[in-house]
Design a binder for this molecule. Structure first.
Ligand code: SF4
Length: 371
């Protein structure tokens, strides 16, 4: 999408108007009625209560199926272009909630082929290596090994390729140009690639020999791929996958998306405590020019990356997060103290995550789908 902001699977820039995306992409808001329905299965995840997971396609339909005894399978993934950062963890944390709440199997796709095709600076060896590195972060979040399979595209190609071909036969070059903005200079692997991202949405049905509903939790930037999948699924004899879309995790610069290409403003799951503290110390805030001024006029939590980190992931208690915003606006807390609180919380979270990540090395084989 062009305008003041851009949201595609490969580029997210500018201040995103999330309401406008719902209109442009033709999705539905997760409204009060839907939240009330979801609350009937389990206490709502903070990302639902706060409108971070905010948009959907056919969520009512897949919940109807679930209520009728037809369980759904989850499918999400990662483009392994580098180390995992906190922004990547956000939808995965929500996916874990979905797995626990609905006792759902999960297929997690590592798109090493995609990152190779779309990034001139990465070799296939790089993206394959990062697939396994990123898989450790997935496992570290505590997904149930008996219900979770990690698929690496180039390693599982024999299984995925027949499904990708079925999709590819139904999708024209003209569709990919319209949906993704491709032109005659786009490499032909990129044009084909969306078929590979469709394949895991069809895989559970093929493996089980019957139609299986699939729910895809993902960032709203990935919707374009699944519009293509949904357009062809029924013609191929499958259910259309349902989706839940999340907003982008903010960067430390105050931008709308954390980006691996700016490592100084991005917190990676492998960062040591010293590095985390330094990055938080340099983070963009909504504070005033001086402490004295801030005590008088207060700060602006709505533009502050430190506040957004607490809001998006790290402060699960709604009262605490509201109290932080209020104290900020009244000048009762200053940025130095606020950054220190976030730093401590992040360091604690990452130390635990890194310990689990080490343990995950011994479990990797059990999570990988081989054929
Ligand atoms: Fe952000 Fe905290 Fe400063 Fe307010 S006090 S602007 S929430 S860092």
């Amino acid at each position: 999408m062009e305008g003041d902001f851009t949201v595609t699977p490969w580029e997210v820039t500018g201040q995103i108007d999330y309401d406008l995306l719902i209109q442009k992409f033709g999705t539905k808001r997760i409204d009060e009625q839907m939240l009330a329905r979801l609350a009937g299965y389990a206490p709502l995840h903070p990302m639902l209560r706060r409108g971070i997971m905010y948009s959907q396609r056919d969520l009512d339909w897949i919940l109807d199926k679930y209520d009728q005894g037809e369980k759904f399978v989850l499918y999400t993934g990662r483009g392994p272009s580098g180390h995992t950062h906190l922004g990547h963890l956000m939808p995965w944390i929500f996916t874990k909630w979905l797995q626990d709440t609905f006792d759902a199997e999960l297929y997690f796709q590592m798109t090493d082929d995609e990152k190779y095709l779309f990034n001139d600076n990465l070799s296939l060896e790089d993206t394959l290596r990062m697939s396994y590195e990123n898989a450790l972060d997935v496992i570290a979040l505590g997904f149930d090994v008996s219900k979770t399979k990690i698929l690496v595209d180039t390693e599982l190609i024999k299984t995925l390729y027949p499904l990708a071909l079925k999709v590819a036969k139904k999708v024209t070059f003209s569709t990919t140009k319209a949906v993704f903005g491709f032109d005659n200079s786009t490499n032909i692997g990129s044009i084909f690639y969306t078929s590979m991202q469709s394949a895991p949405a069809l895989l559970p049905s093929d493996l089980k020999g019957r139609n299986v509903p699939v729910l895809i939790p993902c960032g709203i930037d990935q919707d374009a791929h699944f519009r293509v999948t949904r357009d062809v699924a029924e013609a191929l004899g499958y259910y259309k996958p349902a989706l839940v879309h999340g907003k982008m995790f903010p960067g430390l610069t105050g931008s709308d998306k954390m980006s691996s290409s700016q490592p100084e403003t991005t917190i990676f799951t492998t960062d040591p405590p010293k590095v985390v503290k330094k990055k938080i110390a340099n983070a963009f805030t909504g504070g005033a020019v001086s402490a004295e001024e801030q005590r008088k006029t207060g700060g602006k939590p709505e533009v502050c990356s430190v506040y957004k980190y607490q809001y998006f992931i790290f402060e699960e208690d709604d009262r605490q997060v509201e109290s932080l915003a209020e104290r900020c606006r009244k000048g009762e807390i200053l940025c130095g103290e606020c950054k220190k609180l976030l730093s401590e919380r992040l360091v604690h979270f990452l130390e635990e995550h890194q310990r689990r990540r080490e343990e995950a090395k011994g479990k990797l084989d059990d999570f990988l789908m081989k054929a």
